[in-house]
Design a protein around this ligand. Structure first.
Ligand code: SAM
Ligand code: SF4
Length: 332
């Protein structure tokens, strides 16, 4: 079979695959999950390592995927992670491989992941204050995250990017100190607007800290200049900080959506293709695969799944409905 592009009806082509390896997590970020956790997916529904590698391989060999990001839940708690990275790397040495992680355990795993062929990591960190970290994540694990970040940098998993979500009255006023700290340590910080993807359905448009507010807060301490490089399909708007070379990104998923340039597609830990974070339908590749579908059949199902991709997430539409699954189950 000749490779087919994962194109949708609006002319967008997906080349960036986000793969959720588990819906479980060892933190409980308040904008993501409730304190008691969630009803985790039953073990038999989770793709095995072989099934993950097979589907990722179909994406790379038959469907034009050029970038694979492992996420979750927390991907570092997936026992087969290193093996999955290594086997994905063996499929294609040129595909960009990264992991989005809360960095718990990364201190121990960074070197092994780099040796397995991982290119880089995105670490989620919303504050560098221990008490605020505990308030947001409901765990006292800031030191582990900081050690994980340093280990990633030392292992060459660079550029080490940090994703931060700001919550009004919790950490929004800490944005400048987080940026100063990130620059000092050589990490590339990006702020992300909070999205309606929490399991508790507590998100509110009025409470969300907007990209404009984030920019204004940073501008109290830094001079931010729009970076000259074009944004392309990258969701972050990049600004040069105090003349550079350091930059900061702002991902305005809600107030300045970038759906028109989206090049992403998602595979959940239980083997469902989602053409958008906010999709209301999924395509079940797991059942087809376990019923004996061959690679070409699975590839065709994947192609069809893209045709239902909507033009935009529609968060601002009065008819907007939050997806049935939270971010932690879809794969952020
Ligand atoms: N556990 C890993 C981590 O935290 O990096 C990977 C999964 S997590 C769902 C992926 C990213 O989604 C994190 O950067 C997290 O901050 C972000 N996230 C979770 N819930 C969010 C929400 N409601 N709005 C915006 N970002 C969110
Ligand atoms: Fe876990 Fe990541 Fe969700 Fe935080 S954002 S609870 S680290 S999955």
């Amino acid at each position: 079979m000749e490779p087919i592009a994962l194109a949708d009806r609006f002319g967008r082509v997906a080349t960036d695959l986000r793969v959720s390896l588990t819906d479980r997590c060892n933190l409980r970020c308040s904008y993501c999950m409730p304190a008691e956790g969630l009803d985790w997916l039953p073990g038999q529904e989770i793709l095995t390592d072989d099934e993950v590698v097979r589907l990722v391989g179909i994406g790379i060999r038959l469907l034009g995927i050029r970038e694979v990001r492992f996420t979750g839940g927390e991907p570092l708690i997936r026992r087969g992670l290193v093996d999955i990275v290594q086997r994905t790397r063996a499929i294609d040495p040129a595909v960009e491989l990264s992991v989005t992680t809360n960095a718990l355990g990364l201190q121990r795993m960074a070197g092994t992941l780099a040796d397995a062929g991982l290119d880089r990591v995105n670490v989620s960190l919303d504050t560098i204050r221990r008490d605020t970290f505990h308030t947001i994540t409901r765990r006292d694990r800031l030191d582990d995250v900081l050690a994980g970040l340093a280990a990633a940098r030392d292992a060459g998993l660079t550029p080490v990017k940090i994703n931060a979500v700001l919550l009004r009255g919790v950490n929004d006023e800490q944005a400048p100190e987080l940026l100063e700290w990130a620059i000092g340590h050589g990490y590339a910080l990006r702020f992300i607007e909070q999205m309606p993807l929490d399991a508790q359905h507590d998100w509110s448009r009025a409470e969300m800290v907007t990209a404009e507010e984030i920019f204004d807060r940073l501008a109290t301490r830094f001079t931010l200049t729009p970076a000259s490089e074009p944004r392309g399909s990258a969701p972050a708007e990049l600004f040069t900080v105090d003349g550079g070379p350091a930059t900061v990104g702002v991902i305005a998923s809600v107030t300045r959506p970038f759906c028109g340039d989206c090049d992403r597609v998602r595979l959940t830990a239980d083997g469902q293709v989602r053409n958008c974070l906010f999709a209301r339908e999924e395509s079940d590749l797991r059942t087809a695969m376990r019923a004996g579908a061959d690679d070409e059949d699975l590839a065709r199902r994947w192609v069809v799944a893209m045709l239902g991709k909507r033009a935009g997430h529609g968060i601002d539409d009065p008819t907007f409905l939050q997806p049935d699954r939270p971010m932690s189950a879809i794969g952020g």
